[in-house]
Write a protein that binds this ligand. Structure first.
Ligand code: MN
Length: 579
């Protein structure tokens, strides 16, 4: 379904663009793209293009970090037995790996606890805390969780544990009774108020990394080189889909260089089972779609401990078999995801046709709770409607919701909060649970909440366009420059351009679902291959000889080692769609 094309910015360019471009040694085209993306001074552009570690914010800029590091360093110096409590997703597992690896490097032992997603769920639980207490743990650090675990931390206090919370999730009204808390999203802590933390968007692993950097300064003896852990940080940050701007961009860009070197056996093995060369340079997309799901598969299908073992493996002999197991789990997860997706799409179509639902509530008793979230995103992609996917366990329905930017799903769910046993989330994603008998009431009310907000008529997805770009302007110089904008992801999307009207010369199917076109400009001076993934049905052979416009991202394809410029088609229009 073609989208509505919107220019990223309608602002007029300032006359200073050529000067800025010359000073930075970049083309005016790149300066123009950056300007329209909000980098509106030479300094801003420079920082974006050269995100060196020296530009990273100081750890001490994170609320609560000084006290947290002090409590940890004191405890370690007193010989307190320590454990770190992480999470089963990539952010949580890499956070745990950063803490354990760093402390080991400094000569301190640290146990860990990763909750089982299916049996325990997210965050701290008292039973787990008791187990750690029985093992003699006296000091507990939470990473990527803990900020809303007030009762569990009170229980740990009663057992005589010292608890330090490091998290990046939004704090509740009341903070947990921990000995110290560090979280870039705290606005008030320990009698201090904080405004606009430059690290507000750090992932859990980013916060854990900064905390260890601060602990590094306080512990007696020679400090470690914290840069060695940036591969973990990049992996967790990309997987957590936080904005790849500011400190996250700096951490990820530098961490990706380490991932290329693949010095850590676990990451080297992970690259190989994901289908990459051991020493290949990989981008954020490949980490997000290749490496991260294999780490996640471990937690999704049960035990996240194996993922941690892989990340921290000391040699290839240990790493290879674990990577293989994770790869197999990931294949299982993918097969399961495909099956659930087919069922969900069929249900969604029926709900739309039969009941013209604006908000979709899809349900099957046996859908896997670790997978419904990913599938919900795919359903939203297809139909552009807020979607809740539900499964059931012991009479309790559990759900995962994904939304479109026009419908704040957490606010929407708040209007019916009395239905839920539990719910939480943010603008685009949420989770909830309720009693099975409330299913049809929930379905009606969710649909109504969506209609109240966006109206009866379904909305169309829109696509942000950087600018129009004639085929003749697409060359290796441009592609090299666009490279500088990497890594792409949330908050820093890959540039999308539009063609002027071009003629379709050839069409060749690639497998069943994809298609490769050859397009040429008006004067037929430039021909270019253009690949459209999953668009074979829409872009049929009747298009040969017709004139169309495409939205695209240019790429260098290295098929058989020979570099070739080609376009990746994002969208198309046969109409004279205005920008
Ligand atoms: Mn996280």
């Amino acid at each position: 379904m073609p989208k509505i094309w919107k220019l990223r910015s309608e602002e007029d360019l300032p006359s200073s663009i050529p000067t800025i471009a010359a000073e930075l040694g970049i083309t005016e085209l790149l300066a123009e793209i950056l300007w329209h993306r909000g980098f509106q001074s030479r300094a801003d552009m420079d920082l974006f293009l050269s995100p060196g570690l020296r530009n990273l914010c100081k750890p001490t800029e994170i609320p609560g970090i000084e006290l947290s590091a002090q409590v940890l360093a004191d405890g370690l110096s007193q010989g307190k037995k320590m454990a770190v409590w992480g999470d089963y997703d990539v952010d949580g597992v890499t956070s745990t790996a950063v803490v354990k690896s760093f402390l080991a490097d400094r000569g301190y032992e640290c146990e860990h606890y990763l909750p089982n997603r299916l049996e325990e769920g997210y965050g701290l639980n008292v039973e787990g805390i008791r187990k750690l207490h029985e093992q003699g743990i006296e000091m507990l650090l939470t990473v990527d969780c803990g900020i809303t675990n007030n009762a569990e931390i009170a229980a740990a206090n009663e057992l005589g544990m010292t608890v330090v919370v490091s998290d990046h999730h939004l704090p509740g009204v009341e903070l947990p009774p921990a000995a110290a808390i560090c979280n870039p999203r705290l606005t008030e802590y320990n009698g201090q108020t904080f405004e606009d933390c430059p690290c507000a968007t750090l992932a859990g692993v980013g916060v854990a990394f900064m905390l260890m950097a601060q602990v590094n300064r306080l512990l007696p003896g020679d400090p470690s080189d914290l840069r060695a852990y940036l591969d973990y940080v990049a992996l967790g940050t990309i997987a957590d889909v936080v904005e790849l701007q500011g400190p996250n961009r700096i951490l990820v860009k530098n961490g990706l260089l380490l991932l290329k070197e693949a010095k850590r056996p676990g990451l080297a093995a992970l690259k190989v089972v994901s289908g990459y060369d051991m020493f290949a340079a990989i981008g954020a997309g490949q980490v997000g779609f290749g490496l991260a799901p294999r780490i996640n598969a471990s937690g999704r299908m049960g035990d996240p401990g194996r993922a941690l073992q892989l990340l921290m493996a000391e040699d290839m002999e240990t790493a290879r078999p674990i990577a293989k197991v994770l790869d197999e789990l990931n294949s299982e997860r993918r097969a399961e995801e495909d099956r659930i997706l087919q069922e969900a799409l069929a249900q969604a179509e029926e709900h739309i046709k039969r009941d013209s639902r604006a908000g979709l509530v899809l349900y099957s008793k046996d859908w896997h709770p670790g997978i419904i979230g990913i599938v919900a995103s795919r359903v939203v992609e297809r139909f552009y409607r807020p979607t809740v996917m539900l499964c059931e366990e012991d009479g309790i329905v559990k759900g995962s919701a994904r939304s479109i930017k026009e419908f704040h799903i957490h606010e929407g769910l708040t209007t019916m909060s009395e239905l839920f046993l539990n719910f939480g989330g943010h603008k685009l994603a949420a989770g909830m649970s309720f009693k099975a008998e409330l299913l049809s009431e929930f379905r009606e009310r969710f649909d109504k909440a969506v209609i109240d907000k966006i109206g009866e008529k379904p909305l169309k997805a829109s696509l942000k366009i950087d600018r129009e770009l004639p085929l003749e302007d697409i060359d290796y110089v441009l592609l090299k420059e666009l490279e500088l904008m990497q890594p792409f992801g949330m908050g820093n999307p890959e540039p999308v351009f539009t063609t002027p009207p071009v003629e379709v010369l050839e069409r060749r199917p690639m497998g069943k679902a994809h298609v490769k076109l050859t397009v040429t400009d008006k004067d037929k001076t430039r021909k270019m291959p253009a690949k459209a993934w999953r668009m074979a049905e829409e872009l049929g052979s009747e298009l040969i000889g017709t004139t169309m416009r495409f939205a695209f991202s240019p790429k260098i394809d290295k098929f058989n080692g020979i570099p070739n410029i080609e376009l990746t088609i994002r969208d198309y229009t046969r109409k004279k769609q205005r920008l």
